[in-house]
Ligand binder design. Sequence first.
Ligand code: DP6
Length: 340
Amino acid sequence: MNSDISPTQFVNQILSQAQPPTRPAKIGQTGKGRAPVNIALSKYWGKRAVALNLPTNSSLSISLPGLGTETTIEITEGSSDHVTLNNQILEISHPFAQRLSQYLNYFRNPNQAFKVTTFNTVPTGAGLASSASGYAALVLALDDCFQWQLPKQQLSLLARLGSGSASRSLYPGFAVWHKGVQEDGLDSFAEPLPQTWPELCIGLIKVDIAEKKVGSTQGMQNTVETCELYSAWPKKAEQDLAIIQQSIEDKNFTRLGETAENNALSMHATMIATWPPILYWQPGSVQAMQQVWQLREDGLSVYFTMDAGPNLKLLFLEKEEAKIIQTFGNIQIIKPFKQD
Ligand code: DP6
C-alpha cells in the first residue's frame, strides 16, 4: 500500500501546528539538537507505506543515555548543503549527505541551504545504528532553528519520516511507536512509557563494526517483497509488544527477556528467508548467542536482542553484572535508568 499523501504534504500538515510566532527563516539562524540511540525490544521490520515511512507493526524500545547524536544546523545562502560528520566534511554525493539533504528539502526555503554539523557520541566501535539518534537530533535542531515549538509527539512524526526508529529516540527510557492506521500517517508516532527500571542493564557486544552491506531500509523492503514467512510477522510483533509492555509494568524480567530474544530471532528468521537471503550474523554472533544460552543453562537470567547487524545487545539485571563481565570481557554496559 502507498499513501496518496506526499511527504511534503505530511510535513506541511505538521508545521501548520507550529506555535506562532514562527520566526522567518533568516540566513545565519542556527539550532541545536541532541538525542539518544534506542534499542528495540519489540522490533520494527517492514513498511506499509514507503514514502511516509509507515510501519507494518508497532514497536517498543529503550533509549541508551550517553550514546547518541549531537547536531547543529545553520541556514546558509545557496543551493548546496554542507555536511560534517564526526569532524569529517562529506562530499555531497556521499550517501549519508544525500539522504540528509533530501530530508532537509522538506524544510528549506527557496535559495537556502543548511550547514549541518553532526557528532555521534556513540564511541567509535560501538556497532550501534545511528540513524535513530541522528534524525531525532536533526529534528530537534530544526525545531530550535525555526522556533516551531512543536510538542514531542509532532517532532516524533517528523523524525519518523527521516528514519522510522528515530520516532522513538525523542524520549529517554521506554517508548512505544504506534504503527497507526490512518493513510495520512499522522497517528504513527512514538510516546514514552512512564515506567522506569533502575536495575535493568544493556550490554553491548561488538562482533564487527564495519558498515553492513544491506542497510535496514533496503533489507526490510526486500523482506516484505520476497519472504513468505513475513505474513506471520506483523501479528507476532504486536503480540510481543503487548507482552513486553506488560512485563515492564509487572517488572517480570524473565518474560521480558524471553519475549525480546524470541522477537529478535523471529525478525532474523524473516530476513534469512528473504531472497536473496539477508544474514547479518557472523560466526562471532553465533558464538555469543551460544554463550548466552549456556549462561542461562547455568542459571543466569540473561537474554539478547540483535538488529540489522552482527552485534548483540544483552539484557540482564544489575545483580548479574559481575558474572556477565567475567564471561564477556569487552562488553560495554549501560544502565538506562541510572545514567544521564
Ligand atoms: C532492525 O529505522 O533504520 O533496527 O525507517 O528505513 O530508516 P528506516 O529503518 P530503521 O530500521 C530499524 C530496524 C531495526 C529494528 C528497530 O529498531 O525497531
